[in-house]
Ligand binder design. Structure first.
Ligand code: ATP
Ligand code: MG
Length: 294
């Protein structure tokens, strides 16, 4: 049985089970989570549709900070823009429809994007999946940078962000002061905030539990995507796997090793793994690559 077949079989088995700003300012001591205040997340007021487009959601960002992402930075980092080649947009559309279908079948509201090792494409995939889903008009997306060791979402989008998840979990900073709309309708981002050397303490804290419960349940049409650190290097991802309804494993084509993938799959074997995204596949292997006229 090939690695992929084995992975898919494990994913299918798992689906049947219960699922449960400045890089220089690193923490040098373990942090103790602050007691959480009751917080009203002040995310966009959501207008539902005009009669002509039932289900259409047009957020009005009254208090969420709107900080348009820098298009040149997006393009430099391979983030989806309207000018992306069709072949790339289409790959993320395929991922979107597969993920959305699987999440619907599993009645899931959240997904963690993970990988066995570093640099496999978790962050790029999480951002592009979020943008792709937000482009639909029937859902909103909250993208959370839960890689508190090496936050990258704000960098890849060219957004200044000094405070984020770390400040929410440790100081109780309200979400409405932290959420950012990057100029893309229906997408909000919670950056990681101050990088931490001890994120597992935070990710396993009651504050994290309360945070995830809140964001998953506040808006029924909202999907939450977590970016995460490498599963085989740190325990952080295992804490996240407790909270995320589902997971997507990203592996880098021609680079990730089978035993590393096996280990990562084993680590999150109790999580509802929806599938594996093979990243950095040369374009010539894409089915539509040679399809002239498209
Ligand atoms: N499909 C892709 N095509 C081209 N480059 C890519 C692709 N996916 C990722 N990269 C590049 O690979 C590098 C690592 O990507 P990314 O940061 O998304 O990986 P990661 O798994 O989140 O890494 P880390 O473990 O450090 O958080 C980046 O420079 C990114 O631009
Ligand atoms: Mg990353």
């Amino acid at each position: 049985m090939s690695k992929l077949e084995k992975a898919l079989e494990m994913a299918q088995q798992a689906r049947g089970e219960d699922s449960p700003a400045s890089e220089t300012t690193k923490e040098t001591t373990p942090v103790t989570p602050a007691p959480q205040k009751t917080q009203a997340e002040d995310t966009p007021k959501v207008k539902t549709a005009c009669a002509a487009r039932p289900g259409h959601i047009e957020p009005v960002y009254t208090q969420t900070r709107v900080t348009p992402a820098d298009k040149a930075v997006l393009e430099k980092h391979g983030i989806l823009t309207t000018d992306c080649p069709e072949i790339i947009i289409e790959q993320y559309n395929l991922l979107r429809v597969k993920i959305e279908t699987a999440m619907k079948e599993n009645d899931a509201r959240s997904i963690m994007v993970c990988s066995p090792g570093p640099k496999e494409g978790k962050t790029i995939t999480a951002i592009n999946l979020a943008i792709s889903i937000a482009r639909e008009t029937s859902r909103t997306v909250l993208l959370v940078d839960a890689d508190m060791r090496k936050p990258a979402i704000h960098k890849y989008m060219g957004i200044e962000a000094e405070a984020g998840l770390f400040e929410h979990l440790t100081k109780g900073t309200p979400l409405n002061e932290l959420l950012i709309n990057p100029g893309i309708p229906r997408l909000t981002i919670l950056t990681a905030g101050t990088p931490s050397d001890y994120p597992a303490d935070l990710l396993g804290s009651p504050a994290m539990h309360d945070f995830v419960t809140d964001i998953k349940n506040r808006y029924p049409e909202r999907l939450v995507i977590f970016d995460s650190p490498p599963l085989n290097l740190f325990s952080d991802g295992l804490y996240l796997a407790r909270y995320a309804d589902t997971a997507l494993m990203v592996v880098r084509s021609c680079k990730s090793k089978e035993e590393e993938l096996d280990k990562a799959m084993e680590e999150i074997s109790h999580t509802n793994l929806l599938g594996i995204a093979l990243n950095r596949v040369p374009a010539r292997y894409c089915p539509s690559y040679d399809y002239r006229g498209y």
